[in-house]
Design a protein around this ligand. Structure first.
Ligand code: GDP
Ligand code: IMO
Ligand code: MG
Length: 409
């Protein structure tokens, strides 16, 4: 039995969905513990593509229990739509999905406020930040509240007391309806998981977003509003740190980011287009083009540290197949000084000149590599260099979007 946390080591979209799908083969329970439907996790099975936003990627395998923890913010409308989408694609949702009674609910006003105030951050507009604001301000509405008419009336009317913009009656009615539909999924997640741990079940915690989007450890204020790092699994699911056995970081072989904020290794136009096209770098949630850049060892080293990563999975190695030269950023030059460690000062991240080492590419197709030995020599050297710079071992490599296109090393 083991409890593993799988998290993103960059700015999200590292391929967590694909890796969770692979690892969930050997798991009993898969748990989301933070974020909400700002996430977009893609799983490709054969010629079918599934994009999951709230429901753990383990849902695509039979016999797995999928759980949404208290740390997640749930938009009931989005959740019900996702359930319908899965059912329409032939995935059974029948006792295999459970949701924490304590998870906070995204309300219409959260989405409106997010679109208004989140523009300078480039948020997904899903109401995530404002929902977490209410949670911290202790006026949030939780799942357990929308199944209780009186509690919902009291809390919602208090929140809308001074508002002429939002109609109490309409929202109240809408959310009571959601409550009726969602009631059957609600449980005490902490209790369920701790009982499962006592029974030696295998549990996989599926991180959303990435370390550099974490509210504490990311490129603040250009971050999301939750704890996307490994520690978030404990608070976001009600499982003690002593129960976690392993932390696995998912790392893209280059870097991408969506939304605003500093990105030291960002490409200029030509390379940007090339990698965006080859890597199909468009947001799985909003469809926005992702910004792309070289691998940044400074941010990933920071991610290895703050998550206590035991190993990493390197994804999208194949996207670099046609690059004759590949750069790795090993430090930031700023005002005559070279920073090798992640700086808290956003000014350094915004204005630094990246220090690069340049390596020869492999100029060969890797998409059919089935084991480490099949990789071209320079691809092996690239991976070895990343492992050395980050001081962490590589446990798996992914060379395509499909389930089969990954191998352990
Ligand atoms: P997540 O948010 O971390 O789950 O990642 P996304 O699903 O948002 O974005 C990752 C994208 O890359 C998806 O379209 C995946 O299908 C795709 N992908 C994952 N691993 C690989 C890989 O090794 N190679 C290629 N070419 N695509 C991959
Ligand atoms: P997955 O789980 C990439 C980004 C947004 C924005 C910032 C804040 O698929 O890796 P928010 O709506 O969360 O308040 O937006 O965070 N962002 C993501 N970027 N992948 C994600 O999730 C993201 N979730 C949020 O673009 O810059
Ligand atoms: Mg994504």
């Amino acid at each position: 039995m083991s409890c593993k946390v799988v998290i993103g080591a960059q700015w999200g979209d590292e391929g967590k969905g694909k890796i969770i799908d692979i690892l969930s083969r050997d798991a009993d329970i898969i748990v989301r513990y933070q974020g909400g439907n700002n996430a977009g996790h893609t799983v490709v099975i054969g010629d079918r593509e599934f994009i999951l936003h709230l429901i753990p990627s383990g849902i695509l395998r039979k016999g797995k229990l999928c759980v949404i923890g208290n740390g997640v913010v749930v938009d009931p409308e989005a959740l019900l739509k996702e359930i319908d989408m899965l059912k329409a694609k032939g995935i059974k949702i029948d006792g295999n999905l459970l949701i924490s009674e304590s998870s906070h609910v995204i309300l219409p006003y959260h989405k409106v406020i997010d679109k208004r105030r989140g523009a300078h951050i480039g948020t997904t507009g899903r109401g995530i930040g404002p929902c977490y604001v209410d949670k911290m301000a202790r006026c949030g509405i939780r799942m357990i509240d929308i199944v209780n008419k009186e509690t919902l009336r009291r809390k919602l009317s208090a929140n809308l007391e001074d508002s002429d913009e939002f109609n109490f009656g309409q929202i109240y009615k809408e959310y009571l309806e959601y409550g009726k539909k969602i009631k059957k999924y609600l449980v005490n997640v902490s209790s369920l998981l701790n009982k499962a741990i006592a029974k030696k079940k295998d549990i996989l915690f599926e991180g959303a977003q990435g370390t550099l989007l974490d509210i504490d450890h990311g490129t603040y204020p250009y971050v999301t509003s939750s704890s996307a790092t490994a520690g978030g699994a404990c608070t976001g699911a009600g499982v003690g740190p002593t129960r976690i056995d392993k932390v696995i970081g998912v790392v893209k072989a280059y870097t991408t980011r969506i939304g605003e904020g500093p990105f030291p290794t960002e490409f200029k136009k030509g390379l940007m287009e090339k990698i965006r096209t080859k890597g199909k770098e468009f947001g799985a949630t909003t469809g926005r083009p992702r910004r792309c850049g070289w691998f940044d060892a400074v941010i990933v080293k920071h991610a290895v540290t703050v998550n206590g990563m035991d190993e990493i999975v390197v994804t999208k190695l194949d996207v670099l197949d046609e690059m004759d030269k590949i750069k790795i950023c090993t430090g930031y030059r700023y005002k005559g000084k070279v920073y090798k460690d992640f700086p808290a000062d956003i000014d350094i991240l915004e204005k630094c000149i990246p220090v690069y080492e340049v390596r020869d590419g492999w100029m060969k197709d890797t998409t059919s590599a089935a084991k480490y030995k099949d990789l071209p020599e320079n691809a092996k050297k690239y991976l070895a260099r990343l492992s050395k710079l980050l001081n962490v071992k590589i446990g798996m490599v992914s060379v395509g979007s499909k389930r089969e296109q990954a191998f352990r090393i």
